[in-house]
Design a protein around this ligand. Structure first.
Ligand code: IMP
Ligand code: MG
Length: 204
């Protein structure tokens, strides 16, 4: 099945993404010169972003991963976040940059900031590729931001719908009828409701 058939609109083309990521990498390299930051990428969505980002960082840095899941009703996350995979190392005294694909309500990042702050890092900053400002429920300081995007459910470049579309090299919006389908079941009836222009059930 060709993924391209499911796309309604490309929001951020590949070259635009890569140009911005190069800029972010350069800025981080300047800001952290002499500090050897630890980049903490949030699985799974941030994998493509962080792998391109670290290749644009020209100073010594380290990489670790965390995985979280959020309990929520339909698309509204509750703010209760569970750590599914924790860091492999202590961050005490380290300069930490949390790298994520998108800040939506901000509940996940708010929880992560509180959790990691309690581990006494030397500094703690946030780098997010996408910022969906209109959906924010918690203020999150985003120190390195790729792009502001409107309130649309986006996929590609690590972001998924039902586990699919992560491998697209750009950020896009799917055709409305795709959001109504069970991913993988092309003939499934459209039974989902839409809230905030996004599908009612989101697999994170
Ligand atoms: P938050 O706690 O609402 O900020 O949720 C952030 C997480 O929700 C992101 O790391 C994504 O995994 C997921 N998410 C939010 N919006 C989108 C979207 O438009 N497409 C795909 N995943 C999204
Ligand atoms: Mg995520």
């Amino acid at each position: 099945m060709a993924l391209l058939d499911d796309i309604d609109e490309i929001l951020i083309p590949e070259e635009v993404l890569q140009t911005r990521i190069r800029e972010l990498g350069r800025t981080i390299s300047t800001d952290y010169n002499g500090k050897e930051p630890l980049l903490v990428a949030i699985l799974t969505g941030a994998v493509l972003f962080v792998s391109d980002l670290i290749r644009q960082v020209s100073i010594a840095c380290q990489l670790d991963f965390m995985a979280t899941s959020s309990y929520g009703v339909k698309t509204e996350s509750s703010g209760i976040v569970r750590i599914l995979k924790d860091l492999d190392q202590s961050i005490e005294g380290r300069h930490v940059i949390i790298v994520d694909d998108i800040i939506d309500t901000g509940l996940t990042m708010d929880y992560l900031l509180e959790t990691l702050k309690a581990r006494y890092p030397a500094s703690l900053k946030v780098c997010a590729l996408l910022d969906k400002v209109p959906r924010r429920l918690r203020h999150v300081p985003i120190d390195y931001r790729g792009f502001e995007i409107p309130d649309k459910f986006v996929v590609g470049y690590g972001l998924d719908y039902g586990g699919r579309y992560r491998n697209l090299p750009f950020i896009c919006v799917l055709k409305p009828e795709i959001y109504g389908q069970e991913p993988g079941a092309d003939d499934a009836p459209a039974v989902r409701h839409f809230t905030h222009g996004r599908p009612a059930r989101v697999v994170r």
